[in-house]
Design a protein around this ligand. Sequence first.
Ligand code: ATP
Ligand code: MG
Ligand code: MG
Length: 369
Amino acid sequence: DSTIGILGGGQLGRMISIAGRNMGYRFITLDPNPDSPCGQAADQQIISSYSDLKAAKELADSSDVITYEFENVDSNVTSLLEKTSFVPQGSELLQITQNRIHEKSTLHSYNVPVAPFLVIESENDIHKAVDCFGFPYIMKTATGGYDGKGQWIISSMDDIPNAIETWKNAGKDMIIEKFIPFSKELSVIVARNLQGQTKTFPIAENIHINNILHQSIVPARITAEQQEKAEKISLKVAESLQVIGLIAIEMFLTNDGEIIVNELAPRPHNSGHYSMDACITSQFEQHIRAICGLPLGETSLLSPIIMVNILGQHLSEVLNKISRLPPTAKLHLYGKKESVENRKMGHINFLGSTIEQVDQQIKELQIWT
Ligand code: ATP
Ligand code: MG
Ligand code: MG
């Protein structure tokens, strides 16, 4: 009966714990929120900040394996824990993926295609980007961004004074990226275990609304050739980084059929939640297998599926229409008490015989309109 310690208390940790408890593991979690989604599902919780070294040591003392479910846990704490405890994912992967500059430079050094970018070192670089990339371009904070927070689209000369102000006031490193006109956004989750075995999950086609993931459609509506290219790049990323556990790779499929990597997440990913109901092995089980040295499980797709996120503004409508959900729909809720706009409260996996049929079912519910 091994115990797995989880740094972070969100829904990803919750779903790792639920999968792992079915496999006989015990869980202990560290999060400042006493009512966190993961804390509710774990056997034991430590309530403190991620940078509280004493609390992290307490977690380590009770755990056989330590994992993180969130890339903004304190990488200094993780690197200290790593010296005395078993942290198979390691702190280096965390450091790389916490910072877009580090992440993009590392990918570039492995010859993985990324959007052309420049690091802003002076006001002048914001002007220089016009010559380098043309309009529009995107300015992003190097750290701490999610759901499109900490990014600005610069569309014309008129936006430049504001962009300069924003950069000056941010007090954070920032990068500028060329805007990539894409036909689709895709993601691939790769697992790599302690023995170095790798396995990819089926590619998801992701639809965002206001920069927040709305739907993941699987199988993605792309050609076999595009699929092969995306998988090949993803495996290269996982191998080059010597990942242990999961890595999610967000990509753009450009208008000319090229794959460009947007960003990485060293953990289970929202776009992989479909695997809970459409694969023999879910991403959460696979993560546990990978970090515990078990062989990886089968990941082939059992059924077409669309995962739809339930945000705070959708929850009451979902609950009102709960009796109208098709019998092949699987509802997952994260146990969050406060339903706040744009907060991820849960998701529904809609399974069916074709994507068109599933899409029709979702439209008829009129929840996400
Ligand atoms: P997440 O919640 O996935 O962590 P994030 O805040 O880290 O998001 P990104 O994934 O970098 O941000 O960007 C959010 C969205 O903005 C992307 O999914 C994509 O739709 C768009 N986007 C980001 N960078 C570019 C780019 N260089 N060209 C075109 N669109 C982009
Ligand atoms: Mg991100
Ligand atoms: Mg993203």
